[in-house]
Write a protein that binds this ligand. Structure first.
Ligand SMILES: Nc1ncnc2c1ncn2[C@@H]1O[C@H](COP(=O)(O)OP(=O)(O)OP(=O)(O)O)[C@@H](O)[C@H]1O
Ligand SMILES: [Mg+2]
Length: 257
């Protein structure tokens, strides 16, 4: 793995208008090619951290650099350009339910387009080919013309991954991408993230709940607690003592296989 820094976060703070101090001086590097997993209790700031990285949320203080460029306060065209390199996958898939799978994947291309050809289905043939190739990567090419809401949760998440690949992202952010899925499906979805990471070389930052998945897929782990980093290391270094420190004395590990 190279040691090039793709994201550099320094002393990041996020205070929401409500007054909640969600991130309290977070500093971390994301290295090119790694599969970094962020863990922590509900409310610890995991989603806020991902959203500050692609600027869906505005950091209150501190800096975020992407490939060496300070993106903390960029706006408009400059921000859109940076975002084309950063894919995002959500817990709830966020597909357009009434559209077919292919159209949903093609929608991932919109950041690159000057107009909105998709609405009328006027994508150039090479875009459609690319969409089919990305559907093939996640193993659901045969569903291209099905309506998105006819698919199972796991299949919908695979569509969301294919959609994110339309950007040819350098970085893929995934916010609890398997939290709505059953254990077997969770593992299969994680394997697609692993494939995207290892075979396509996309750096992944993924928020996860279950430690067993963390141990299986993460190349490195960061734990947040009340908006601060309390652990940074390798998955196997999270022993029982660390587990209790991260999740609290009362917590017990739930296995997902
Ligand atoms: N848009 C918002 N406005 C106000 N407060 C928010 C907003 N989003 C998150 N928060 C608060 O910021 C803190 C961190 O929330 P965040 O969603 O980042 O945590 P999380 O680790 O992703 O939690 P979960 O595991 O439940 O998804 C919480 O106290 C939350 O209530
Ligand atoms: Mg969250």
């Amino acid at each position: 793995m190279s040691s090039n820094v793709i994201v550099e976060v320094r002393n990041l703070h996020k205070v929401y208008p409500s007054g909640t101090h969600a991130l309290k001086g977070v500093s971390l590097n994301v290295y090119e090619g790694e599969f970094l997993v962020v863990i922590g209790l509900s409310g610890s700031g995991k989603t806020t951290l991902l959203k500050c990285i692609n600027r869906l949320e505005e950091p209150t203080a501190g800096t975020v650099k992407f490939l060496g460029k300070d993106i903390t306060h960029i706006k408009g065209k400059e921000l859109r350009e940076v975002r084309t390199h950063i894919g995002m996958v959500f817990q709830q898939f966020n597909l357009i339910k009434r559209m077919n799978v292919l159209s949903n994947v093609l929608a991932g291309k919109l950041g690159y387009m000057k107009t909105l050809p998709s609405i009328m289905g006027n994508f150039p043939p090479q875009c459609i080919q690319e969409a089919m190739k990305n559907l093939d990567i996640v193993g659901i090419k045969e569903y291209a013309y099905e309506r998105a809401d006819k698919l199972s949760g796991g299949q919908q998440q695979r569509v969301a991954i294919a959609r994110s690949l339309m950007q040819s992202p350098k970085l893929l952010l995934a916010d609890e991408p398997v939290a709505s899925l059953d254990p077997a499906t969770s593992n299969s979805i994680m394997q697609y993230f692993e494939k995207v990471n290892k075979e396509l070389g996309v750096t992944v930052v993924c928020n996860l709940h279950f430690l067993s998945l963390v141990r299986r897929y993460a190349t490195r782990v960061i734990a947040l607690k009340s908006g601060e980093i309390v652990f940074e290391g390798l998955p196997h270094e999270i022993d029982e003592a660390w587990f209790k420190k991260i999740y609290g004395e009362e917590a017990e590990e739930v296995e997902i296989r």
